[in-house]
Design a protein around this ligand. Structure first.
Ligand code: TRP
Ligand code: ZN
Length: 884
């Protein structure tokens, strides 16, 4: 059993399914502990030689088989094989009807995959392999059918009955049961199936498509929560419009339904016509949601909606192609948010997220290509690499071919592959044929793991007025992969003179002169020569983060300061500020380690001063400039680091900045008016973010005055964003002020689980007092539960990734605490436990005795026979990557 779970699925083993299943009719007789599912399939053997004589094998896990019939005749037990993975019928006709009847227990389903109960309602999650927990079926994305679904349940407890597509009939029985029939005209794979039954309030609206069709929109939420869905509804309508305007994609059903559930393993799911959302990514109002929540809701509503084309109309042939839908759809939602808000700010936030989550993944034991070659549990491959690096590859492609050609290529891809299960090759083929660009080497972005490193060295020869820029790229070895080749890199570049003015340069031996450059690098190294260069220019590289690489330059601090203040590209301005900050923090860490008082140069303070001086021009951007790199980011820059040393350095530099910039920070903080009327707009959110960044730095001074500011902000806050900013500030101090605020917060929001998640998170991240003791107190809190993924992530995920010095405590107690939590969660929800397990990835970057202690802790977990295959896959990869 244990060994069987470990057999990996390999891309090279792909074979098409030998049968087609044109239609399926499902009947759900819903009962919380015993639901009966009847499935009637129309099956035809495919007319190919290789399909002849093939057995019919159907996936099915944890199903109680009640009956099997072929063409109305019962199949006796000796004519089929039933095991823990499914049902096989060795000999079947070429065309037939198959009926199976099974019983399942939704109330006992704590893994939240398949049909389960959440807050007294039925709901489903079928991606990636949940449908096999519902009925016998070829549970793979390349088998597509038209679904007709009949849902029956007790009317009083389950007044709303939903499935995919359009509702075609309803009815009532005399025994208190009612039913609804749903028909989805678009053939789809099983992972896009959904069913919901329960009692809801609704928010309804309409959207008229560009061809004049009216679509009924409806969001289903908890009783009393409809007003908190208004923002999501607005985001949905904007998404529908945007996909028409930008990608030419129109919606294709009469209804679009969204349901919010509180127990959900992920953010949300794009089931055809019936998206299901984690309520954390749907419900918002100013008193319960932060600006970050609003932003995430807008992005995820768009993401799931955009899947209707990139994912549903064109789906994936197999799960190795996952990034075909996810990378592309993330790219699409990023572009949507950029258009709705500030493009520059969105880009910086996306790069921050990529560096915080994907770069460490790509540099550690879990590194894998965007198109992996094998997996054990597909749930474990819904990663930052598949999603965020996948989106970066799409962006690289767009940059290489140009925006207009890219949109034409996308259009061609949708047209060519509509209604099919496609591959990444199909995508590249469409792009190549529509744009005429051969995109040489682009496959390597999909096949090679590891973040490419780009060295860019500029060399100015004053005597000859020449500038040479040398580029060299390399991709590091990753587990199971070495000797990598170059990838096509679009290098966006500009030059600035000593006065900060943009320079127009001339490329030697050509007639090309320009002030903005896009160099498509398609080799390991590349030298560019410019002549007639009068002054030494400062080169601005990778503008807009034109490719997902680690960039190494020979900029000195003056160059960085010049770019930080003068670059016309906001991304490079932010990046240059970050570089100065990183260098300052790392050298402070070195001094502290050597037992010396760090000598902090004034550069960073000067750059911050500049940012504060013009902060009101673009508050959201200024707020980003004022945030120092986190300890977790610094950990990536130092092999075998001591996280507590990095934290001390960060605290030292922060308190110094707070002292040096007290006047400017206080003035900027004072501009904010906490009583102003709330707006969720990006502009208003920017003002709040700027206030929060100032308060955060002011609190680093440790002064009583700063603590009082945070306290006043907390008690005068009119919205959740300000309240959380203040609570974050107070958490830097600890003590009675902090605890009084926490108690007031709990008192006010104890009946709102989503807000209480924030209460758990702020404490799990807090550096004051003893973070591990806090973690243990919260685990024992009556509000903590292993059954709600949001709560588990709010405490466990936040502590392990947001409080790195406590997690990596030198005595190993942080590792043990998280290992205990993983073991407990694994008993009910293996996919959630495995995801939590990924936090141990950071252990390959810490020094002794930490790494050995982490290894021992993982060893003990892996010794447990009961560990789920999901968690085992993740933890054993991490274990193998640790030294000792
Ligand atoms: N396809 C979903 C998305 O990105 C992801 C998802 C939702 C998922 N629920 C899941 C993936 C459960 C695996 C398991 O929009
Ligand atoms: Zn998605």
């Amino acid at each position: 059993m244990r060994t069987q779970e470990h057999i990996p699925v390999r891309l090279q083993d792909y074979r098409p399914y030998p049968f087609s299943m044109s239609h399926v009719s499902l009947v759900f007789d819903l009962h919380p502990t015993r639901t009966i599912v009847t499935s009637r399939l129309i099956i035809d053997r495919k007319p190919h030689e290789w399909a002849k004589g093939e057995a019919l094998s159907l996936d099915g896990v944890g199903l109680e088989l009640l009956s099997v019939e072929i063409n109305g005749q019962p199949v006796s037990a000796q004519d089929y094989q039933l095991d823990e993975n499914g049902l096989t019928l060795k000999i079947v006709p070429d065309s037939f009807k198959l009926e199976t009847k099974v019983a399942i227990n939704p109330a006992a389903n704590t893994a939240l995959s398949g049909l389960y109960m959440s807050a007294g309602r039925f709901c489903t999650q079928c991606e990636a392999e949940g449908f096999r927990h519902i009925t016998f079926w070829p549970d793979r994305p390349d088998v597509m059918s038209r679904f007709h679904v009949r849902v029956e349940a007790a009317e009083s407890a389950f007044p709303t009955l939903l499935s995919n597509g359009n509702r075609v009939a309803i009815g009532r029985y005399d025994d208190g049961k009612h039913w609804a029939a749903w028909d989805d005209p678009h053939p789809k794979p099983s992972y896009l199936f959904a069913l919901v039954a329960g009692c809801f309030d609704t928010l309804e609206d309409q959207f008229v498509t560009r061809s004049g069709k009216t679509v009924e929109l409806c969001i289903y939420v908890d009783k009393g929560a409809a007003s908190r869905a208004i923002y999501a509804m607005d985001a949905l309508k904007r998404s529908m419009k945007w996909d028409e305007d930008v990608f030419g994609r129109e919606y294709d059903l009469d209804v679009f339904n969204i349901v919010a559930v509180s127990d959900f393993n992920f953010g949300a799911m794009e089931n055809k016509g019936l998206n299901i959302f984690n309520s954390a990514l749907l419900l918002a109002d100013e008193t319960t949601a932060t600006d970050a929540d609003y932003e995430a809701i807008e992005a995820v509503v768009a993401h799931e909606y955009f899947h209707n084309w990139s994912g549903n109309r064109v789906t994936c042939r197999d799960w190795f192609q996952l990034s075909l839908k996810e990378g592309f759809t993330v790219f699409r939602d990023q572009e949507f948010s950029a258009d709705q808000r500030s493009r520059a700010v969105k880009r910086i936030k996306d790069v921050k997220a990529l560096r915080a989550r994907q770069f460490p993944e790509d540099a550690g034991p879990l590194a894998h290509p965007v198109r992996p070659k094998s997996y054990v549990k597909i749930d474990n491959f819904y990663t930052a690499t598949i999603y965020e690096k996948g989106a970066e590859i799409i962006r690289v492609l767009q940059t290489l071919v140009g925006r207009d050609a890219f949109l034409e290529g996308a259009n061609f891809y949708f047209a060519e592959n509509d209604g099919t299960a496609a591959t990444i090759e199909d995508w590249l083929h469409a792009m190549r044929s529509a744009t005429g660009n051969q995109l040489h080497g682009i496959e390597r972005w999909y096949d090679q793991a590891g973040t490419p490193c780009l060295e860019a060295m500029s060399d100015y020869d004053a005597a000859n007025q020449k500038l040479t820029v040398h580029f060299k790229q390399s991709t590091p070895d990753t587990p199971g992969q070495s000797s990598k080749s170059w990838v096509p890199l679009p290098i966006s570049m500009a030059f600035f003179g000593p006065d900060g003015e943009p320079l127009k340069l001339h490329l030697a031996d050509t007639d090309v002169a320009a002030d903005d450059w896009l160099i498509p690098m398609a080799s390991t190294s590349l030298d560019l020569h410019f002549d007639g260069v009068v002054d030494r220019p400062v080169v601005s590289y990778m503008r807009g983060f034109s490719a997902p690489v680690r960039l190494i330059t020979n900029h000195n601090v003056a160059d960085l300061a010049l770019l930080a203040s003068c670059d016309t590209d906001p991304f490079v301005r932010w990046e240059s500020t970050q570089s100065i900050a990183r260098n300052t923090l790392l050298s402070a860490a070195k001094s502290l380690q050597a037992g010396q008082e760090p000598q902090v140069p004034e550069d960073l303070a000067r750059v911050f001063q500049g940012a504060l001086a013009e902060a009101t021009r673009d508050p959201a951007f200024a707020a980003l400039l004022l945030r120092l790199p986190e300890v977790s980011e610094l950990m990536q820059l130092q092999p075998l680091c001591d996280p507590s040393n990095l934290l001390s350095a960060r605290a030292f530099v922060r308190s110094l900045l707070a002292e040096q910039l007290d006047a400017e920070l206080s003035a900027c903080f004072a501009i904010y008016d906490p009583a102003q009327a709330f707006s969720a707009s990006a502009q208003a959110a920017g003002q709040r973010a700027l206030m929060a960044a100032c308060l955060d730095l002011l609190c680093a001074s440790g002064t009583n005055r700063a603590a009082m500011r945070a306290e006043n902000t907390f008690f005068s806050a009119r919205n959740m964003t300000d309240m959380m900013s203040a609570l974050d500030g107070l958490s830097q101090f600890g003590g009675p002020r902090y605890h009084t605020a926490l108690a007031a917060f709990k008192e006010r929001f104890s009946d709102n689980a989503l807000v209480m998640d924030k209460w758990f998170r702020v404490q799990a991240m807090a550096l004051c007092e003893d973070p591990l003791a806090t973690f243990k107190r919260l685990r024992a809190d009556p509000g903590f539960t292993l059954l709600n993924p949001n709560r588990v992530r709010a405490l466990g995920g936040t502590f392990a990734s947001g409080n790195p010095t406590a997690f990596h405590q030198a005595d190993g107690a942080g590792y043990q605490a998280i290992a205990d939590l993983i073991a407990d969660v694994d008993g009910t929800n293996g996919a959630l436990a495995a995801r939590l397990g990924t936090v141990f990835e950071s252990c390959s970057r810490v020094n002794e005795p930490r790494q050995s202690l982490a290894k021992q802790t993982l060893q003990a977990l892996l010794d447990r026979n009961s560990l789920s295959a999901n968690t085992r896959e993740i933890l054993s990869k991490i274990y193998n990557g640790l030294i000792s």
